[in-house]
Structures are given as structure tokens and as C-alpha cells.
Design a protein around this ligand. Structure first.
Ligand SMILES: [Fe+2]
Length: 188
């Protein structure tokens, strides 16, 4: 069935569009000001949107469910968007998304459990999951950050060399997958 493009307006949004609009509204409406947020609202809007686009591309490349990839991508940092705090945000986010998605009434329990798993696992970049969508969300997240100015230095400063190696390996893998040139910056 063809779907009319909505520009995210009106009452006929797809499930994925409804969630994406809800995430943007959650960021804009969060009462926590930038000064008290770990990240800025501008970053949160940009990052959540661009991880979704990368997730779409990776889902198509990998032959995975694009809707689930988008949902995991747009929700993976929901705890930061809601609270302004990045501390334990993967686990907190998994707890936040479950009642939100249940209230929407358009997702099955199995789908909600899977989306919560994508959110909960996304910070474990050093682990390889047997779940292809978990891996996709991690890859989309770290690749998106790799395109930001200063990302290399931030990774080297904030993470151990062992953990950084996993991040950089994911970045190189996605770059190759998307046909981007090898970038020595991400070699350890
Ligand atoms: Fe993220």
C-alpha cells in the first residue's frame, strides 16, 4: 500500500513517524535548560535525526527491518532527551520507552520488548550482539558521532584504549559499508 508523504503533519502518520514526532517534541518540551543538560537540545535534535537516517541506510544495506531500525535509532537516547542526564541512559531509556510505547497502543508486546532491547544495549559498543538490529543501532550511533568535529579527540579522552578500539572498528566497518574511503584517523 502506498503511503502519502506527511511532512510529519496531521493525523495519518505511520507508527514510526508518530514516534519520531514524539521524540522531537520531547526534546523541545523538556523543561531542563541547556545549562543543566549533559548535551544541548540542538545536539539532541540533530543526533536523533541523523542516527535515524544512517539506520535507514544500514537497514537497507543489511536487509533488516527498517521500521524497527528507525525506532531503535530515534529512541536510543530518549533518557537523555527526557531528563538531560546521560548517566546510565541506555538502561534508563529502556525503562522509559516501554510505557511510552504501550500507551501508544500500536505496538505488540514483542515489538516493545525488542525496541527496549535496542535502547538498553546501545551503549555496549564493546560487545557484539547476536541481534542484528542491536548491532545496527550501535553502529549507526557511533558512526553518526564520528562525523562530528572533535569526535576523535573526545573518544580518545573519554574512553579506555580497549573500548575505543571497538568504537573505531565499528566506524571503519560502517564507512566501508557505505562506500566511504578508509580514514586512517580511525585506525588504532
Ligand atoms: Fe546516541
Amino acid at each position: 500500500m502506498s503511503q502519502k508523504y506527511t511532512h510529519f503533519k496531521g493525523n495519518h502518520l505511520s507508527r514510526s513517524e508518530l514516534v519520531q514526532r514524539m521524540v522531537v517534541e520531547a526534546i523541545l518540551q523538556s523543561p531542563v535548560p541547556d545549562e543543566k543538560r549533559d548535551w544541548s537540545k540542538v545536539f539532541e535534535l540533530k543526533h536523533s535525526s541523523s542516527v535515524v537516517q544512517t539506520a535507514c541506510m544500514l537497514a537497507q544495506k543489511r536487509g533488516l527491518n527498517q521500521e524497527m531500525a528507525v525506532l531503535g535509532a530515534v529512541l536510543h537516547d530518549i533518557a537523555v532527551f527526557k531528563t538531560g542526564s546521560a548517566t546510565n541512559h541506555a538502561i534508563n531509556g529502556a525503562n522509559i520507552v516501554t510505557p511510552i510505547l504501550q500507551r501508544m497502543g500500536v505496538f505488540s508486546d514483542e515489538e516493545i520488548g525488542h525496541i527496549a532491547l535496542l535502547v538498553r544495549e546501545h551503549s555496549n559498543k564493546h560487545l557484539i550482539s547476536a541481534d542484528s538490529l542491536v548491532e545496527l543501532v550501535k553502529d549507526a550511533d557511533v558512526f553518526d558521532c564520528s562525523l562530528l568535529e572533535g569526535a576523535y579527540d573526545a573518544y580518545r579522552e573519554q574512553k579506555s584504549s580497549e573500548i575505543v578500539a571497538h568504537y573505531f572498528a565499528r566506524i571503519q566497518k560502517v564507512r566501508a559499508e557505505l562506500g566511504l574511503p578508509h580514514d586512517k584517523q580511525w585506525d588504532l
